[in-house]
Design a protein. Sequence first.
Length: 151
Amino acid sequence: MLADALARSAADAPDLLIDVATLTGAQLVALGPRIIGVMANDDGVRDGVVDASRRAGEDAWPMPLPEELRKGLDSAVADLANVATERHGGMLVAGLFLQEFVPPGVRWAHLDIAGPAFHEGKPYGYTPKGGTGAAARALVQVALDVSDGRL
C-alpha cells in the first residue's frame, strides 16, 4: 500500500515527497528505540531532513541506499520482490524497495520510525509512554524549510 501511495503521490510532481512508516524491525536493531532512520534518493534531501528533524527535537540518522543491496530484490517470477532473500541490511533494502516506486526527478525521503513510534519505558522529555507521534515535529520543520527554500 505504501508503494502505491508513493507512486500516486509522485504523479502530482511534488517539490518533495516524504513517507513515514514503521517499516522494519531492522531500524530498531540498527538505531535503537529513539532514533529515526532517514533514507532518500538524494543525499542533500536526506541530510536536510536529518537536520530539520534534529532542529525540531527529534533524533534522526542518515542512512545510505547502497546500490549493491538492490539485487536482493530481483525476482524470477515478478518485476520486484518485496523481501530480499538475505536478512542483512533489512532497513536499507526496504528503503531501496520503496525507492523503486518514486519516479526519477522526484525528490523523496523515507523516515523509518519503527523504534521511535512507540515508547514502552518511562516518559522522557516530551515523549510519553505509548504512541509518541514520532516524526510529526520533523515534518512540520521540513515543511517550514521547504517554504523557506532551505530544503
